[in-house]
Design a protein around this ligand. Structure first.
Ligand SMILES: [Zn+2]
Ligand SMILES: [Zn+2]
Ligand SMILES: [Zn+2]
Length: 332
C-alpha cells in the first residue's frame, strides 16, 4: 500500500509508492514494437488495461470492447489507492497515512497518436468533458479534498506510454503548490478585495506584452515570473474557482485554445516534451471569490539542477516577453 508521509520540518508530503518502480516503458524508440499489438491504449487492446471507469462510445459498443472515442481507466501502477481509508499513523515524531486516493488515466483517442495537438477539436473537447465528468464523480467521495489533472508528454516529462493520454489524481489533502497559490490569492483578496488572477488577466490583456492569444472565454499568456522557458498559462476570462464548473460552450472554446497553444509550442520548439497541470479550487470550499482555476503548461527544456533543488527558486534563461514574441510569430 502506498504511503503518504509528512516531513516533520516542512510538513511537505511525499508518496512512497513501490509499485511505480515496476512500470514498463512503451516508447517506440525503446522497444520498436508495433503499437497495434503492444500499446495498451490502442483500440482492440482494451484487455491490456484495467476495466474502464468511463468511456465515450458513440457506436453503442459494450465496455472493454472496440468502438470508443475516449476511455478512462484506473492507473495500472497507482501512486494512491481507492480502497484505503485515510487513517493517520504516527511513528515516534513522524506522521504518515495510507495513501488513499484515485489515480486514473484518460486515454484521449483510440488511434495511436503521440501528440495531443494531432487530435481534432472535437476530440480535445471530449477530453475536457471527461476531465469535468471525473472530477464531478470523485467529488462525491467525501474522503477527497483535491483532484489534480495533469499531462506528461514525452519520456523527458515523465511519460512511459507514448499514446496520447492524461491523468488525474484525487487526494485527501490539498497539495502544497495549490495551498501556496491559495494563500497568496487570499492575501491579495484581503488587501485589494479582488481576485489576483482576474487582475492578472486584465493587466495582460490590456498591455499585451505577455499575451499569446485571446479567445472568447480564455486568454493564453506567459506569466511575469515563469519558472521555465516558454511556461504558458491558460486562464478563463470570467472569474471561476472550480474547473469542473466549466460550461459546455466554454469547453468548446477551451479545446480550441488548448489545441492552438500546443500547436504553437510544437511549431516553436519542434514538439517539446511537456507537462501541463490544471490548478483548481480544492473540493467543497465555501469561499471562492479569491481563487481562479487555470492551466499551467511547462515545456521540459531545462533540467532542475542544484541551484533549484537547493533554493527552491528557478533560473530561467528566457524572458517571458521574448517567449511570447516567439510563440506569436508561429501563429498561423
Ligand atoms: Zn497506442
Ligand atoms: Zn478571478
Ligand atoms: Zn497554478
Amino acid at each position: 500500500v502506498p504511503q503518504l508521509r509528512k516531513d516533520p520540518i516542512l510538513a511537505r508530503r511525499v508518496i512512497i509508492a513501490t509499485q511505480r518502480a515496476k512500470r514498463p516503458s512503451h516508447f517506440g524508440s525503446r522497444g520498436n514494437a508495433d503499437p497495434a499489438t503492444s500499446c495498451p491504449f490502442c483500440e482492440n487492446n482494451e484487455d491490456m488495461t484495467p476495466p474502464e471507469i468511463l468511456a465515450y462510445r458513440p457506436s453503442g459498443s459494450s465496455a472493454q470492447q472496440a468502438g470508443w472515442t475516449l476511455r478512462v481507466v484506473p492507473n495500472k501502477f497507482p501512486a494512491v489507492t481507492r480502497e484505503e481509508d485515510f487513517a493517520p499513523y504516527t511513528e515516534g515524531m513522524y506522521q504518515y497515512a495510507s495513501s488513499v486516493g484515485a489515480h486514473e488515466v484518460i486515454i484521449e483517442t483510440p488511434r495511436h497518436e503521440t501528440n495531443m495537438a494531432a487530435l481534432g477539436e472535437g476530440e480535445v473537447a471530449g477530453v475536457l468533458s471527461a476531465y469535468r465528468e471525473r472530477v464531478l464523480a470523485l467529488k462525491e467521495d467525501r474522503r477527497f479534498r483535491s483532484v489534480l489533472i495533469f499531462k506528461n508528454h514525452g519520456p523527458e516529462a515523465g511519460a512511459t506510454i507514448e499514446h496520447t493520454h492524461s491523468q488525474l489524481i484525487a487526494l485527501p489533502i490539498v497539495p502544497v503548490n495549490v495551498s501556496e497559490e491559495l494563500k497568496g490569492a487570499r492575501h491579495h483578496y484581503e488587501t485589494y478585495e479582488r481576485c489576483v488572477y482576474c487582475d492578472l488577466v486584465r493587466h495582460e490583456a490590456s498591455t499585451k506584452t505577455r499575451l499569446v492569444s485571446e479567445h472568447d472565454a480564455f486568454v493564453v499568456l506567459c506569466p511575469f515570473a515563469p519558472r521555465f522557458p516558454f511556461e504558458t498559462w491558460i486562464l478563463p476570462k470570467k472569474h471561476s474557482a472550480y474547473f469542473e464548473h466549466i460550461s459546455q460552450r466554454e469547453i468548446v472554446d477551451l479545446a480550441a485554445t488548448l489545441r492552438e497553444t500546443l500547436g504553437l509550442l510544437n511549431r516553436t520548439l519542434r514538439e517539446p516534451p511537456l507537462n501541463y497541470v490544471i490548478h483548481s479550487m480544492p473540493l467543497h470550499e465555501a469561499q471562492t471569490a479569491h481563487y481562479h482555476w487555470h492551466i499551467e503548461i511547462m515545456p521540459k527544456l531545462t533540467q532542475i539542477a542544484g541551484f533549484e533543488l537547493g533554493t527552491g527558486f528557478y533560473i530561467n534563461p528566457l524572458p517571458p516577453e521574448r517567449a511570447t514574441a516567439l510563440l506569436r510569430a508561429h501563429m498561423i
